[in-house]
Structures are given as C-alpha cells and as structure tokens.
Design a protein around this ligand. Sequence first.
Ligand SMILES: C[S@@+](CC[C@H](N)C(=O)[O-])C[C@H]1O[C@@H](n2cnc3c(N)ncnc32)[C@H](O)[C@@H]1O
Length: 232
Amino acid sequence: MTAERPSRSTEAFFGRRHGKPLRPHQAGAMARILPELKVDLKSPAPADLKTLFPVPVEAVRLEIGFGGGEHLHHEANRFPSAGFIGVEPFVNGMAKMIAKLDETPLPNLRLHDDDATQLLDWLPDASIDGIDRFYPDPWPKKRHWKRRFVSEVNLDRFARVMKPGARFRFASDIDTYVNWTLLHCRAHEAFDWQAQSPLDWRTPYEAWPGTRYEAKALREGRVPAYLTFIRK
Ligand SMILES: C[S@@+](CC[C@H](N)C(=O)[O-])C[C@H]1O[C@@H](n2cnc3c(N)ncnc32)[C@H](O)[C@@H]1O
C-alpha cells in the first residue's frame, strides 16, 4: 500500500510547519474562528469570487505568506470595500492572525492555511485585483534558488488569476532574490515593471505598516526593496 502524500502542486513547498505548541486559548480561537473563515477548496470556486465574502466587496486581493498578519490585518481594515484572502501554512503565524481577528473581526477576510499554489489553481481566471508576496523565504544559497516562490510556473499561475491592470507587489531584503524576481518578471510576457528610479523600489508602499520579518531585517542592517509589477 502506498502512503498518502500531502497534496502539493510545486516542488518548492515543504508542508505546513508548526513552531511552539499553541497555548490553549490560541488553540481554542483557531478551532472556533478558522473553520468559519477558511476557503473551501473542495467546492468549485464561485464564478464571481466577490461572493466568497459575507459583505459586498468591489475587488478581491490576495496576500501570500502573511506571517503573523501584520500587513494583512492592517490592509483589510484600511480597505473595507475590498475582500482579502490571506494564505499562511505556518500554524503559529495563522494563530497570531486568528488572535488579532478574535479582538477585531474583519468580515472582508478569508483564509487558506496551506500551500498558496493550491488556492491559486482553484481561483477562476482573471478574478484577482492584486497579489502581495512580502519577504518570501529567501533561500539564499544558490543551489536552493529553485525552491523560491517566485518562479516561471508560479508567475504563470499569477498571470492566469490576475485581472489586467492588477498589481503584484513583492518585497524582500535579499538582493539576490530581488534580482531574481526582476529577471523572472521581465522575462514573463504578462508582467510590466514600471519603476522610474531607485526611489520607486526603496520607498515602502503607501501606508506601509511593516511586517515582523521586515523589522528583523532592518535590525540586522539589510535594506528592503519594494517592487510593483503590473499584469498587462
Ligand atoms: C520569511 S516569512 C515572511 C512572513 C511575512 N510576510 C513577514 O514579512 O513577516 C515567509 C512566509 O511565507 C510562507 N510560505 C512559504 N511557502 C509558502 C507557500 N507555498 N504558500 C504560502 N505561504 C508560504 C511561510 O510559511 C512564511 O510564513
């Protein structure tokens, strides 16, 4: 008999990770809140993705690998008329987000707690108004670069689900990953990079709250780059 393998659609995903065991109140909040907010990938995606949300929304945005959810919670609060789908397979990151939602619920937020490629493959064509990928795992060693989330196959996934004119925002403090992403997006026919000068990628995004990983990078003296690509 063959053992069941965890489903994954890329070679670059290593499964849902757990850090420290959750405290009882965190586990309780997860059990209460996450099932309500989880996107059900077993049912087909609705033709109009906006109907995923219990409140009327005008656009749907995605944040992949939100960590503790600092940016996602802030952004979903800032744009109540947009729906947000947040993806984070790291259990302790999801628990942080759930704790924030326990204090301040957001009706315009849905969650996926596994590999983002599963969600991307479920989404209808041209249904997404923006994708954020901030501080993806850097894989700094050259022999591991192929594990990076930004890749030709994942840019194809982005291109399929993004509406024309939608933005893909990518931040990183790792120079080789920034260059890697620039090269991959420039080589991809669906994406344009519109930066005019270094100020464009050295300046944080509008109303940027920072993220936990970014704070660490800054403390350690690394300089972030904030890239924005447009789906043509
Ligand atoms: C370095 S952390 C950065 C977290 C957060 N964006 C921040 O800036 O603090 C990268 C995150 O990407 C998530 N991640 C890695 N592979 C992923 C995948 N295939 N789908 C979704 N998230 C992923 C990890 O679980 C991790 O939380």
